[in-house]
Design a protein around this ligand. Structure first.
Ligand code: AMP
Length: 145
């Protein structure tokens, strides 16, 4: 199973992003409205320059208190973004998530953002694959081959 197949099942899914000068408060609204855990930070030309997740916001609130909400995204984001390719396997993706302790990985090809895969997408894909295999096995057994 590849990253491309996961993205295929998410086709039409929007890529949510913000700019480095947006406020943390506006990001909390996007995260809530879209029921997601992280947003990509892009520059004026659409190039990925960071990622900001719920954890970054919690950390900034612990550090700055209520001032965190009026802080700019650049104060909270992670700028060394771990990305993957559509051709990467889901096993590779799980390895990246575990090694880097992240739950969101943008899919980037030649600086073009093709999507984001979350740990939830990976779990969903693994469950669907296990169910498919079980159904195939049942069909094979009941066909009496
Ligand atoms: P998450 O587990 O995805 O909510 O993120 C936990 C921490 O890792 C936060 O500091 C994020 O900014 C950071 N993070 C999340 N995804 C990535 C990624 N793909 N590359 C680098 N850092 C990330």
């Amino acid at each position: 199973m590849t990253v491309a197949s996961i993205l295929g099942h998410k086709s039409g899914a929007q890529i949510f992003s913000c700019g480095p000068d947006d406020t943390v408060s506006s990001v909390t609204k996007q995260l809530t409205d879209h029921r997601i855990g992280a947003i990509l930070v892009i520059d004026d030309s659409g190039v990925l320059i960071g990622i900001i997740s719920e954890r970054d916001i919690v950390r900034l609130i612990a550090k700055r208190g209520e001032k965190a909400l009026t802080s700019s995204v650049s104060a909270a984001m992670t700028d060394n973004v771990v990305t993957c390719l559509p051709s990467d396997t889901v096993t590779m993706l799980m390895g990246l998530m575990t090694e880097n302790r992240v739950r969101h990985i943008p899919v980037v090809v030649d600086k073009e953002i093709e999507g984001v895969v979350s740990i939830g997408d990976v779990v969903k894909a693994r469950i669907a694959a296990a169910e498919r295999e079980a159904a195939e096995m049942m069909q094979y057994i009941s066909s009496g081959v």
